[in-house]
Structure formats: C-alpha cells, structure tokens
Design a protein around this ligand. Structure first.
Ligand code: 9MR
Length: 314
C-alpha cells in the first residue's frame, strides 16, 4: 500500500508463525509493525533476573528481513504484568530500580532496531486524573517522568511516546495528558509523541472529534501515532447481520479519518497502525465477547470496503 507515512499493523506472533496468508498480508500491505503482546512485561520479563527474547527477536528479525519499521509496545503499563512484579516487596527506591532495570534492559536490547517506544501506556483516567496504577502506588506520580528519563538514557535516539485511548473522544482527558506531558517537557524531559489508540466505532465516533484531537496534539508539537486503530460496527453488542451498509459506514469513517490525518504537517505523522489484520482474530471479539467486524480484512482474509477506502484515500 502506498502512502506518505507508515501504515502499521499489530502482529500476533502465533498467527505470524502459523498462518502463511496472514504473513503474506503483513509483508505486502504494511510497512510498520507493533507487537500486539510479546513486548509486554509478562512476556519479555517473566522472572526478576530473566528476560525472554525468543519471540521478540524472531519478530525483530522478521521486521529487518522485510524492511518494516518496528514500534515498541509497551514499557510501563498496569496490565499484562508478571506475577513477580505484582508480588514485589520493596520501598519506593526498590520499585524505581525495578522499572529502571526493566526499561533499560529492554530498550538497550532493541537499540537501533526499534524506532519508537510506547514508554507509558494508559496512565490517565477518563476524568483527566492520574490512574492509580501499581506504579503510581509504589513510586508516586513521578514514575511517568522517570520512565521517560530511563528510556532516553538507554537510547538517546529512540522516539518516546505516551499512548492512551479515548484521546480523540474525550477532550478533558486529552488536555490533561497534553498538560502533564508539556510540564515534563518544560523540565527538560524528552517526549516525542502521543499515541492515540483509536479503538473507535461507527455509532459514536465523529471525524470532527478526531480532527480536533489531531490539531491540539500537533499544535503542542507532538508527533502523532494513530496507534491501535480498529472500528467497531457493533459497539452495543447486539445481534447483528454483517451488512454492506455497516461496512460502508465503517469504510467512510476510516476514509474521513485518514483525510484528517493527511492534513497534519508531515513531521507529526508517525503513522497509522491497525490493531490486527482480520476480524477473526481481533481482541474485541474475545474481550467483549460479542460479534464484531472491526478491521480491514474479513474472517477469510479478504479485503473489506474499509481496505479499498484506505487505499483510495492514502
Ligand atoms: O490486543 C491485545 C490483546 O490480545 C490482549 O489480550 C490485551 C490484554 O489486555 O491487550 C490487547 O491490546 C491492548 C493494548 O496493548 C493496549 N491498548 C488496548 C489494547 C486492547 O485491549
């Protein structure tokens, strides 16, 4: 797919290993890769003194062999943590040491191979306050700036992102995030961009909201990654029939969003990443236990109207 900025996909490593159709679409249609799960703490850092690079290295080699940009997801999150972290006993400086070792071992391992990292993921509540995660409880609100500082020390060239959801639809949350990050920047901490996850849907998402988000974030001089895009056609979890009209709505919303993204200055366009290839393996189906069709390819890996719209809009 030709575009002026990277078009990425979240890769499920098991599909990549076992499904040749999946692999060929990943190679042919996308030029940036985000690991959907295997760079998270529970996979990479299962024991205090042991990092498991097996799957991560094979995905990295896949990216090198096929000339894909690799985006790291994610260093500090409150989910998908290994038991040893959940059970860790220590004072705040022990916890700081824990995140320092965690972040720097991982960032160093991928130095020169990963272009950008989601350093901190989902640290804010919907009302704009800081989420009371395990990290905040153990280290205090300063864990966020420390995470950025540690990542930067390990690789001064890698791009550093804050990543969260509903930043397009909730201006309160977005403004809190921007204000918080600006404050860190004013104190000399390097933050390059913001990931707007974009788990959106055809009922409540308006392209104009997305336009405001793109504008306010780029006006504050952050690169923007639409980092986990999928478009639910059944957000209310009803009994639905997948129809042409639903897929056309989905395609049109995607088209409008891509048009908006094309309008921001090129230096802010880190890229648009889809959170999977086929509807069949989208996280939405399992997580919400509902029928849905949020991605570019159907259950048989055939391109949907959204795919055609993307291609014609880019
Ligand atoms: O897609 C991921 C799914 O396979 C995992 O089970 C889930 C665990 O919470 O995480 C999903 O990815 C999430 C991403 O890492 C952060 N933003 C929300 C995504 C969807 O839940």
């Amino acid at each position: 797919m030709h575009s002026d900025f990277p078009i990425g996909v979240a890769i499920d490593i098991n599909e990549l290993y076992s499904n040749s159709l999946y692999k060929s679409i990943a190679i042919k249609q996308f030029n940036s890769v985000t690991p959907e799960n295997i760079f998270k703490a529970e996979y990479l850092h299962p024991e205090p003194a042991f990092f498991d690079w097996t799957d991560a290295d094979s995905l990295t080699n896949f990216c090198i062999a096929n000339n894909k940009r690799l985006h790291g997801h994610t260093l500090i999150w409150h989910q998908q943590l290994p038991q040893w972290i959940l059970n860790f006993q220590g004072n705040s400086s022990d916890w700081e040491q824990l995140i320092k070792t965690h972040i720097q071992t991982i960032v160093l391992h991928f130095k020169g191979k990963v272009t950008g990292w989601d350093v901190v993921n989902e640290a804010f509540n919907e009302d704009g306050t800081l989420r009371n995660t395990i990290w905040r409880q153990k280290i205090g609100a300063g864990y966020i700036e420390k995470a950025f500082i540690y990542a930067h020390e390990a690789d001064p060239n890698v791009l550093l992102f804050y990543n969260d959801y509903n930043l397009e639809s909730n201006p309160n949350k977005r403004n809190s995030v921007i204000g918080f990050l600006n404050n860190l920047r004013n104190r000399g901490i390097k933050i390059d961009g913001i990931g707007i996850q974009m788990h959106i849907n055809i009922l409540s998402t308006e392209a104009t909201q997305v336009a405001s988000a793109l504008q306010s974030i780029s006006n504050n001089d952050y690169q923007i990654h639409l980092s986990e895009l999928d478009i639910s056609v059944n957000p209310l979890g009803k009994d639905i029939t997948p129809s042409q009209s639903l897929f056309t709505k989905q395609a049109n919303l995607l088209g409008e969003i891509v048009l908006q993204y094309k309008q921001i200055p090129a230096r802010y366009q880190y890229g648009i990443t889809f959170w999977g290839i086929s509807d069949k393996t989208s996280w939405i189906i399992d997580y919400f236990n509902r029928e849905d069709y949020p991605l570019l390819y159907d259950d048989n890996y055939l391109p949907k109207p959204a795919y055609c719209k993307l291609k014609e809009t880019l």
